[in-house]
Ligand binder design. Structure first.
Ligand code: CA
Ligand code: CA
Length: 119
């Protein structure tokens, strides 16, 4: 589900917790694309997902400290740049309608992509 509202990474984590879940981890291009196809109808779809490489640049980890082997970074077709491109200044991950990219953790997005606990 998407928790809507202007939020930085810390607020995104908190909003998922309040909803009874946690920031979603996306681990393949197929998962990314299927989530996106469902969420294209959400206004201003531009959300944080889980992942941080603050500890070791280029190694992405979840909130719980597990390494994400395959972060499905993506740029718009025809783009003149690649992602991730932010080095140590961009240690969080956002997903929007045509990108999956590293961004600064203080960047204000329109929401958070949450996974709800099924218990
Ligand atoms: Ca980084
Ligand atoms: Ca970037």
């Amino acid at each position: 589900m998407v928790s809507n509202g202007s939020m930085d990474k810390a607020a995104a984590i908190e909003s998922c917790r309040v909803e009874g879940g946690y920031l979603a981890v996306v681990t393949s291009a197929a998962e990314r694309d299927s989530i996106r196809s469902v969420l294209l109808s959400v206004d201003d779809f531009y959300v944080y997902v889980d992942g941080s490489d603050a500890e070791l640049e280029g190694t992405w980890k979840t909130q719980t400290g597990e390494t994400i082997q395959n972060v499905p970074f993506q740029v718009p077709s025809g783009a003149m740049w690649s992602e991730p491109d932010g080095g140590s200044s961009e240690n969080c991950i956002k997903m929007d309608t045509n990108q999956f990219a590293d961004i600064g953790c203080g960047f204000i997005t329109s929401g958070a992509l949450c996974e709800l606990k099924l218990d």
